[in-house]
Design a protein around this ligand. Sequence first.
Ligand code: PHE
Length: 343
Amino acid sequence: MEKEFLKIEKEALEAINLVADRASFNEVRNTYLSKKGVLSDLMSKMKTLSQEKRPLYGQLVNNLRSKINEALEVKNELLEAKELEEQLKKDKIDLTLPSMSKNSAGLNPFFVIKDEMEEIFISMGYEIADGPEIEEDHYNFELLNIPKDHPARDMQDSFYFSETMLLRTHTSPVQARVMQDKKGESIKIICPGKAYRRDNDDLTHSHQFAQVEGLVIDKNITLGNLKATLDLFVKKMFGEKRKTRFRASYFSFTEPSVEVDISCSECDGAGCLTCKGTGWIEILGAGMVNENVLRMNGYDPSIYQGFAFGIGIERVAMLRYGIDDIRRIYQNDIRFLEQFRAR
Ligand code: PHE
């Protein structure tokens, strides 16, 4: 009987010794220790033995079981060490690889500024109006007091589709459209939108650009209201410390007309390269709505007055962020845009 057991023990230990991986380990363990394995087989034979033989037989089975368990335990530890080693080899990190770039950027500064401008004027009670970019000569010029052959048209030379249709050269035609819509009622609107002109001869101009047009019409509106409004806008957009300066200018659709400068944030008005030594930077055109324009669009100038302004969105963005070339705003270069990710 003992010989019998020694033989099984030898076979088992040999089999365990040969195990080289997890699969064969499990196989050997099942062969000996599972419910239908060699050891439970041996155990079940106990009942066929006589009473006197059973204790020795039982002892031999138990001995064999613990020998096999021990050998399996040792093997298991060896396998675990090997597996860990393999895992570590596989997971090796190559520190010389380039990092994975996410290629994501922030909102284009154009839209950051456009949204901010809208919010500032909405907070002052303005509503947002809209108008077509392909516009009639009639609205773009005529109703704004710029008759045919008027030299003011030259300043806004543009893209024509026909004698009468063109890409609007400013957002001002929306003034005429809103006046005709609201005939007789007071008006307080802004219109953010695109405009087109045949000029792109320096780094601050493009044949396509965007403006925020503003129009207020009511009784008792004065130049003082215009100044207060634009001064507040400038302080909210560029900071409390910025001052505004109003210079006399000319637009056919406003009378008087002004051009508005802000004190240079670079040198605080002392004069530097950014402001070309003047201490001031021009940002927008504005004025009191010309009486002819009021009349042509259905308002009686003896009762109603108004003011209007047009602010270039790219211009404001360039000043706020120190952008040197207007084309950067349109090119969608990730190296430019990712600088605005945090905003
Ligand atoms: N439309 C003018 C321009 O584009 C700006 C402006 C708007 C001036 C409203 C006065 C009033 O230059």
